[in-house]
Design a protein around this ligand. Structure first.
Ligand SMILES: [Zn+2]
Length: 80
């Protein structure tokens, strides 16, 4: 059985954000994230699903998230 080892597909820690739907105040879970090349350079995009069943694929830039956390934030640190 061949092992599926794609170095470009690594699991990121689960992030919770506010649902991109402005009419929805629920938290949304980032279930997937990837980067694609645009004319202006690489753009990181995520797939989010909130508890109310809203699914979005916004860009990280539109969410105001940092693609790579530059500093530790206790409030955003994943608790496992
Ligand atoms: Zn929602």
């Amino acid at each position: 059985m061949p092992a599926i080892t794609d170095p470009t597909l690594h699991r990121a820690p689960t992030d919770m954000i506010a649902c991109p739907d402005p009419a929805c105040a629920a938290e949304a879970r980032i279930v997937d994230r990837w980067t694609f090349e645009s004319t202006n350079g690489p753009v990181e995009q995520v797939k989010t699903g909130c508890e109310r069943g809203h699914w979005f694929t916004p860009t990280v830039d539109s969410l105001g998230l940092q693609p790579v956390p530059a500093k530790a934030s206790p409030s955003l640190a994943s608790v496992s």
